[in-house]
Design a protein around this ligand. Structure first.
Ligand code: PLP
Ligand code: COI
Length: 362
């Protein structure tokens, strides 16, 4: 059933005071604070989507035998609401997140939420908690986290017959504190994130759980992020734990093609189009770790950057692997990286015209 339920506001909310909220917005960090409300929508077999509510943000009460806790039937999304120069608020490509959410749902044997319901739920939450959208300027935003969990109780391994869709929101400053600082990358040569035929293309918690040990190893090596290689030949560069990668060869930018084991990032897709607007050639391709090192060292690979909703565009400055390390672009943010970053952020925040129709006004 694909009817869109009406989202009802349940009152009795006790929001934070203006002063408390302002104190949080002055230094929100990433994913540490949450707004006053949330949206929940239920799905039950035979009934479809129902009971759409906008309620005060509150803990969930859950049976210890809830299937999500045991078998990880869970998917999520990440998108941002930005304050525009005229004070209004817009979302960046929410329909694309809604479509990817459906793709993830299919892979995880979950019901598909209609695109318009996904977007309506995001809109309803942002409208209600609009004072949580930071001021225009910089890259501050309100990060939205729609997600869906199985809501059946039982230990049998099967798709659940009940689900809960929730949207929560969190004010976000820069994902990497310290502004546009090049990040260091640890190359995970043994531990893979996803396998062919697996769930790598879906945005589901299991992929992130699979990435945590390598991320902890990266931190031990003094690196910020992990780059994953393909699971078969252990040589093709795929993506980072929470971001896609781009390789800049002068005026040509290349991103690893979607093989099924990496996430089809919406930022990645936006850049394929935006780069052409700025006069660069943008393409999807395949690149081995040996290509990366060789081309960096011979100077043809002029810049490397990571991109994603949370991280926007972040230059890569250093790569470390078992066999040694190399500096990328003298460890400094590159010109193409910074130009693309500004062009993207300007569209997202409403500082520049959006010719692609990516902006969703509230
Ligand atoms: N790859 C992974 C594994 C991610 O978690 C993300 C973040 O959402 C991305 C890539 C970038 O995707 P997007 O640009 O849609 O945020
Ligand atoms: C995002 O960029 O939205 C992500 O989901 C990345 C990370 C926070 C997991």
């Amino acid at each position: 059933m694909t009817t869109t339920p009406t989202i009802e506001l349940k009152p009795s909310s006790a929001p934070l005071s203006d002063a408390e909220r302002e104190a949080i917005l002055a230094n929100p960090g990433f994913g540490r604070h949450f707004t006053d409300h949330m949206v929940t929508i239920k799905w039950t077999e035979g009934r479809g989507w129902h009971d759409a509510e906008l309620t005060p943000y509150a803990p969930l009460s859950m049976d210890p035998a809830n299937m999500t806790l045991h078998y990880a039937q869970e998917i999520f999304e990440g998108l941002k609401a930005y304050r525009r120069p005229d004070g209004t608020v817009s979302l960046f490509r929410p329909e694309s997140n809604a479509e990817r959410f459906q793709l993830s749902a299919r892979r995880l044997a979950m019901p598909e939420l209609p695109v318009e319901t996904f977007v309506a739920a995001c809109d309803a939450l942002v409208r209600q908690d609009i004072d949580w959208v930071p001021e225009h300027g910089g890259e501050s935003s309100l990060y939205l986290r729609p997600f869906m969990i199985a809501n059946e109780v039982g230990l049998g391994v099967k798709p659940a017959n009940e689900y809960l869709f929730i949207v929560i929101a969190s004010p976000a400053g820069a994902y990497f504190p310290g502004g546009v600082r090049p990040v260091s990358i640890w190359l995970s040569e043994d531990r893979v994130r996803a396998v062919p035929g697996g769930i790598g293309f879906a945005k589901t918690g299991g992929n992130y759980a699979a990435s945590l040990l390598a991320q902890a190893e990266a931190a031990e090596k003094g690196c910020d992020q992990v780059a994953y290689l393909d699971a078969v030949e252990h040589k093709w560069v795929e993506e980072l734990g929470g971001m896609n990668l781009y390789f800049v060869y002068g005026d040509r930018i290349v991103t690893p093609e979607l093989t099924g084991s990496l996430l089809a990032g919406i930022t990645r897709d936006s850049l394929l189009r935006l780069a052409e607007d700025l006069g660069y050639t943008a393409e999807e391709g395949r690149l081995t770790i040996d290509d990366w090192r060789r081309d960096s060292e011979n100077g043809t690979l002029t810049e490397v950057f990571a991109c994603g909703t949370a991280a926007v565009i972040t230059p890569v400055g250093l790569v470390k692997s078992r066999d040694g390390e190399w500096t990328q672009s003298d460890g400094k943010p590159g010109e193409v990286t910074l130009r693309l970053r500004k062009a993207l952020l300007d569209i997202q925040t409403g500082a520049a015209e959006d010719v692609h129709g990516w902006t969703h006004h509230l």
